[in-house]
Ligand binder design. Sequence first.
Ligand SMILES: Cc1cc2nc3c(=O)[nH]c(=O)nc-3n(C[C@H](O)[C@H](O)[C@H](O)COP(=O)(O)OP(=O)(O)OC[C@H]3O[C@@H](n4cnc5c(N)ncnc54)[C@H](O)[C@@H]3O)c2cc1C
Ligand code: SF4
Length: 552
Amino acid sequence: MSDHEHYEAVVVGAGPGGAAAAAALARHGVETLVLERGVDAGSKNVSGGLIYAEESAPYTIDSLFPGFREEASERPVDDYQIHNVAGRSVKTFDLSDVHHHDTDWCDAVLRRRMDSWLAERVHELTRETGGGLLTEVRVNGLLRENGEIVGVTCDELDPITADLIVAADGVNSELARDAGLMNWDEPDDWFQGVKAVVEMEPETINERFGIDDGEGAAHLFSGDLFEGVRGGGFLYTNEASLSIGTVFHLDSLAAERAEPHELLDGLLTHPLLDQWLQGEYEEREYSAKLVPDSKKVAHPSPHRGRLLLVGDAAGQMQAQGPIIKGMNHAVTAGGLAAEAYADAKARGESAAAGDLYESKLREEGVMDQLRPRRYEATRALSEHDAVNRIGSAVVESAVGAVGLKALDGVVERAFNSPFLLGMVPDSRFSYVTVPTRIAEVLGDPIEAENDVEPPNLADRIGDLTYDVGEPHIELVDNTFAASGTAVTACPVSAEGFGGGCYREETVSTNGTERKLVSLDTQPCVECGTCAVVADTNWEHPSGGKGVEYEQG
Ligand SMILES: Cc1cc2nc3c(=O)[nH]c(=O)nc-3n(C[C@H](O)[C@H](O)[C@H](O)COP(=O)(O)OP(=O)(O)OC[C@H]3O[C@@H](n4cnc5c(N)ncnc54)[C@H](O)[C@@H]3O)c2cc1C
Ligand code: SF4
């Protein structure tokens, strides 16, 4: 073995997955070093974000971090509704049943506050066993000896060896990719989430949402308000702000050449939101991040040698209809990875930690939630174009309208069924056609006008904090055919906008005109989109460099 600095465990990333893994490892007495690339834990992270504590989960954030709810979260959320929208017509369903299903509690969170609070606890816990948490360190790859993974390499530190490496480095996990456990090839494996945090006084929130201090509300939006792109919107109440955002299937966003910031504005300016915004709009922060679709990419065997993947790095983000659960699964996976290592070590077989972790994910029912077998079994049919065309024709017909009216209560119950939601097909039919038709047939008109004016993209970028370092993304193929999708899909770029990351330009050579793409990484918010939709060499910036979110 080389003479590199050695820790028993190295955890890469201090989001919920990494924090949970590190806290559980430290409690098992394992010497654990945590490496986080942000200036502060949470400064790189974005979430909707409702964090759930599931009754059936073996680990929850408050079981690993006592005091979490009182000190690190925003408001408990009991009220959960979805608004089906067609123009000005809206039909609202109460989703309390699905929200409370298997739920001990659920809180809205902002990631800078949450993750930095967790990081303080993690630092205290890991210090007790000889480790600690270091920020502003970017791990840039796996260290191998004789072909075996033995540690990590970093931009800022010498290589470090470890008996256990937990990759909790999120959706664009460079370690999962290095190990050959994840690729960034297919847009339909991912969603793109975009969010605005909007200033609002606590008393105003209480009044406009009809809640008290210590209570919160969640509203989801689907239908025709997103230019036909598959996905939906959300609004969650924080202590003194609102989180309002959108989550779209990346393949749909790319195919429609839709602009993410415009889709977000479509939601922010919809008349339905007037009841809460009432003409006042002060945006604290604009942010974006990719989200893995666990149905397709949750790795069934998320380990290789000493390397265990947890959370988004393993594709463990559950989005099924209105269910968006990633942080809780990252916590569970982190706890199980630590437990697996401790069990394996107690048997004198540390090397078996990965296999044990895989079995625990299966036995605890986590894999079944992430990749429901009924989705696999039904998707060939339910996502088939012909089936969706027929379905759309029926739903959009007069007969379909009669059926929807007759089945009003049944439709609401269907939205509340975890079983049915586990096989919602990823199709325009389920994400756009059905909710739009529900609103058309069953909805009531909204009379209000919403005249808020969200900031333009230049102002949104201008309001973010950056510490710009070396360019961290290289455009490999700058032809429009290979990388042009990024001009629209990048949340800080837009067609005809000169201040973003990706720009389209027409170049004349010898009398022929060619459309090319150029890249400037300065305004990049590190969302990961162009790793998938453009031909790039994509890496995260070095430790402490790049965007710094204050809210997240
Ligand atoms: C708009 C949006 C809405 C969402 N809504 C919800 C929701 O309501 N509920 C929910 O549960 N989930 C939601 N999610 C998903 C949720 O945010 C993720 O599933 C969750 O954050 C995953 O946690 P994690 O610990 O695996 O990764 P992350 O939270 O992404 O943490 C990864 C950490 O690793 C660090 N890191 C990355 N690479 C390196 C490196 N090379 N070296 C060192 N450090 C590194 C990062 O800086 C980061 O701190 C949403 C996501 C988005 C984008
Ligand atoms: S340049 Fe790429 S990673 Fe950066 S914000 Fe745009 S799409 Fe996201």
